[in-house]
Design a protein around this ligand. Structure first.
Ligand SMILES: Cc1cc2nc3c(=O)[nH]c(=O)nc-3n(C[C@H](O)[C@H](O)[C@H](O)COP(=O)(O)O)c2cc1C
Length: 363
């Protein structure tokens, strides 16, 4: 290895993702911040996202509801009304003004909701009528003939995201929300064509992919998956098969990227090493492969250097360090994140007041 090679920081090397030129590989992971009052993005998000923008950097916006049944938390943004689309525009413009590439994560929570968040206090919808724990209201099982309507909500949301100026969308198929509920055997107890076999459980998520691709073009579509987490048991070959099946199936639609949460994120906020690897999915998928889940500078660089991934998404570190790529470049210390302010509605505290390097670190 030459001395220049030794100095190269893999995370800070450029990468071409379809028609997007990325100047580095440090991606802002989608982060719900619950500061979009009444589901409408607010002007304070302009500063928040532009602080985290670099020229040629990729940002993924927080999970954004596709319809009025998609919500499960207070003050999360939506993209199904004209008002919401208009409210996103100045935020997207600010990211573009600094040369960022901005994708919108489109989302339906399914049964991770309760009556308070649903139109007319109705039951949340899901693939099942099995409850999800005390925090949530019992869901209503979607009828087979209702599923195309939800697919259509994703299609319209993707159209709206492009109308708002986003460069593309990330379909939220991870973390126990509606698409993941359909995919996971221990949640999906349907007996129609959307349940039972692996192929049937993946049918609805793949119909969403197809509809969104037909609407805005495959070169603007990514998907986030978490085949392994949320399953509090040890290695499971069935979950490996699920990840692989999805990677192979989305190849057929030629989508831009596949973003996968590490198997080690089994417990919220805690890394647990597992024998499972995303390598089979990485090898199977033809497009850009992005990983997330408790990455730091060292193992992010390692993943890129070893070609385990093309891009690494950072959640909590990017939340607390608006200039994370710069800090990685200099190997500078990082601000710690303050968990207590992750989800508070404060438009400043814990949101746009994390210091930049210049003020936090003397060079
Ligand atoms: C405050 C917070 C909000 C999050 N919101 C979302 C979200 O909207 N969509 C999503 O797919 N994941 C969400 N996640 C998960 C992150 O995108 C990421 O996968 C997770 O934090 C692990 O990465 P990290 O260790 O770099 O933080 C959230 C995580 C945190 C801490």
């Amino acid at each position: 290895m030459s001395s220049t090679d030794e100095k190269t920081i893999p995370l800070l090397t450029p990468y071409t993702m379809g028609k997007f030129y990325l100047s580095h590989r440090v991606v802002l992971a989608p982060l719900t911040r619950q500061r979009s009052f009444d589901n409408v993005p607010q002007p304070h998000a302009i500063l928040y996202y532009s602080q985290r923008t670099t020229k040629g950097g990729l940002l993924i916006a927080e999970a954004t509801g596709v319809s009025d049944t998609a919500q499960g938390y207070p003050h999360t943004p939506g993209i199904w009304t004209k008002e919401q689309v208009e409210a996103w525009k100045p935020i997207v413009d600010a990211v573009h003004a600094k040369g960022g590439v901005f994708f919108c994560q489109i989302w339906h929570v399914g049964r991770a909701s309760n009556y308070d968040f649903q139109p007319n206090g109705q039951a949340p919808v899901s693939c099942t009528d099995k409850s999800h724990g005390a925090k949530y209201s019992p869901p209503r099982r979607l009828k087979t003939e209702e599923i195309p309507d939800i697919v259509n909500d994703f299609r319209i949301a993707s159209r709206n995201a492009i109308e708002a100026g986003f460069d593309g969308v990330e379909i939220h198929g991870a973390n126990g929300y509606l698409l993941d509920q359909f995919m996971k055997e221990h949640v999906n107890d349907r007996t129609d064509k959307y349940g039972g076999t692996l192929e049937n459980r993946c049918r609805f998520p793949l119909e969403v992919v197809e509809a969104v691709v037909n609407e805005i073009g495959a070169d603007r579509v990514g998907i986030r998956l978490s085949p392994f987490p949320s399953y509090m048991e040890s290695a499971d070959l069935k979950l490996e098969a699920l990840g692989l099946y999805m990677a192979e199936s989305i190849n057929k639609y030629g989508i831009l990227y596949c973003h996968v949460v590490q198997p080690r994120m089994k417990l919220v906020g805690k890394k647990v090493e597992t024998p499972q690897s995303l390598l089979p999915m990485r090898k199977a998928f033809n497009g850009t492969f992005m990983v997330a889940g408790d990455y730091d500078r060292v193992d992010g660089n390692k993943s890129i250097a070893e070609n385990y991934a093309d891009l690494v998404a950072y959640g909590r570190w990017f939340l607390a360090n608006p200039d994370l790529p710069r800090r990685f470049e200099l190997d500078a210390p990082l601000n710690n994140y303050v968990r207590e302010t992750f989800y508070v509605p404060d438009p400043v505290r814990g949101y746009v007041d994390y210091p930049f390097l210049e003020s936090a670190f003397e060079l």
